[in-house]
Ligand binder design. Structure first.
Ligand code: SF4
Length: 233
């Protein structure tokens, strides 16, 4: 299907109402039927839940991974395992600069001094470039992950990128995720067994294990006041 931006904004608004109570599979089936190959899934490779769900209704779906150059080896391994075992077309996006080139221009460890700029260079810009060929993208955002994600719509209009944004598991709880993983043998990032509950880039200022009682994303950019990388703002 092709359509104008105005069409897609209206489609997103209507689908956001109509699919609020739909299952994740129903949401993804709607996305595949509506957008076809102009739909993709983005994955941080914390787990393969949404990639698994999407590939079950749309074999060959594009799964987009942002390789920031700062990932844990376990995350790269999870990406490679997803590409090997799921019927997906894995696409890796990279920033315009290598880490060494960024260090030369901005100084080392930009993530410790200006994480917003680092995320802008290494996540937001490459994703924007990578999504240019799509009309709709799905993410694994869930309402129970953090207070800042509590209002996540199942389907919405992404005005910044002018695309339809889909969060098929927005209404899922951690228990729902665990049940789906166990029932389907879904790949998980091994760091989840080491106490991490949200896996981002490897610098300690970007990802640490949460303390007892903290929400799942408390270990991301801990102490900086930053809660999101900018992709979902
Ligand atoms: S999460 Fe950290 S290392 Fe990764 S892009 Fe953002 S600031 Fe840079």
């Amino acid at each position: 299907m092709t359509g104008t931006t105005t069409d897609y904004e209206a489609i997103a608004t209507a689908a956001g109402r109509e699919l609020e109570e739909a299952t994740a599979q129903e949401v993804l089936t709607w996305a595949a039927d509506t957008f076809g190959k102009r739909f993709c899934v983005t994955s941080s490779m914390e787990d393969a839940v949404v990639a698994h769900l999407a590939s079950s209704v749309f074999p060959g779906v594009d799964v987009v991974f942002l390789d920031t150059g700062y990932h844990f080896p376990e995350t790269i391994g999870t990406r490679d395992a997803v590409a090997a075992v799921l019927p997906v077309n894995l696409i890796t996006l990279k920033p315009l600069q290598t880490v060494a080139e960024q260090d030369a221009q901005y100084g080392p460890a930009l993530h410790d001094r200006d994480p917003d700029l680092c995320c802008s260079l290494r996540k937001v810009e490459p994703l924007g470039r990578g999504l240019a060929g799509y009309d709709a993208w799905a993410t694994g955002l869930r309402r129970d992950e953090s207070p800042t994600r509590a209002g996540t719509p199942v389907v919405s209009w992404d005005p910044k990128r002018r695309k339809v944004k889909i969060a098929p598991i927005a209404r899922w709880t951690q228990e729902d995720v665990d049940a789906y993983v166990n029932a389907n043998g879904v790949l998980l990032n091994p760091l989840l067994w080491e106490g991490y509950t949200s896996v981002g880039c490897s610098p300690l200022s970007c990802t640490r294990k949460p303390a007892e009682g903290e929400d799942a994303r408390a270990g991301r950019w801990s102490g900086s006041g930053k809660t999101e990388c900018g992709i979902h703002l």
